[in-house]
Design a protein around this ligand. Structure first.
Ligand code: VGL
Ligand code: ZN
Length: 212
């Protein structure tokens, strides 16, 4: 049970990577990823400030298993900034897989943050790329607009939602994950690890019905 969370004008909803490639039929399909769309549409109507993120990779991106001869998707390799999970090719700039789901209907969204556009750095978080030092600019945007709390929903719970929530918290924003508005991939126990890590940082997980 969680208490009602009232949305204010200092809140931002971060709708993470609700793109064709992360939904059934896509190239890195998150199981039941499409189910978040109507939920996020409903939640978004309550927010004055909605930010969308869009995974946006060039062809031959470092995070693609196909860029590493002999490697397979979901293996982990060491790159310049540390371990990196390898993925099927996905969300390639300008392709239909990289487009937002057509049924995602948030015309009042105020910002789209594209990430993962540097060939040699992946970016799970909407705030920092996977080298953990290259910023996307989102923290500055939120601060300059006086937004203090970030509620997160979307795909995937155990990757881009997780790292975005952790970085929001690290940047001094209050981060809250709307868990039933997310779906996960679950690589090597990553769902359980995410729940543990969010809890240890004091990042609350709530349900969509608690947002009023
Ligand atoms: C994501 C893996 C690779 C995500 C993006 O949106 O969670 N996961 N690229
Ligand atoms: Zn990606």
């Amino acid at each position: 049970m969680t208490d009602a969370t009232a949305v204010t004008d200092r809140d931002a909803l971060l709708a993470v990577d609700i793109q064709n490639d992360f939904c059934p039929g896509g190239r890195l399909a998150v199981p039941r990823g499409d189910e978040v769309v109507p939920i996020v549409n409903r939640i978004a109507a309550k927010f004055a400030n909605v930010v969308l993120t869009q995974d946006w990779h060039p062809p031959g991106h470092l995070s693609f298993a196909s860029s590493h001869p002999g490697k397979r998707p979901y293996e982990t390799i060491d790159v310049a900034y540390g371990p990196q999970v390898l993925w099927p090719d996905h969300c390639i700039q300008g392709t239909s897989g990289a487009e937002f789901r057509a049924d995602l209907q948030i015309p009042h969204a105020v910002l789209v943050v594209r990430k993962g556009f540097r060939r040699t750095i992946d970016s799970y978080s909407a705030f920092y790329e996977n080298d953990r030092v290259t910023p996307t600019g989102l923290a500055g945007y939120l601060r300059e607009r006086g937004l203090t709390r970030v509620l997160l929903a979307g795909l995937a719970f155990d990757f881009c939602v997780r790292y975005s929530a952790e970085d929001a918290h690290r940047e001094g924003f209050t981060a809250i994950v709307i868990e039933d508005a997310c779906r996960g991939i679950d690589v090597d126990g990553s769902m359980a690890a995410t729940r543990r890590q969010l809890a240890s940082l004091g990042i609350r997980c709530i349900e969509a019905k608690d947002i009023v």
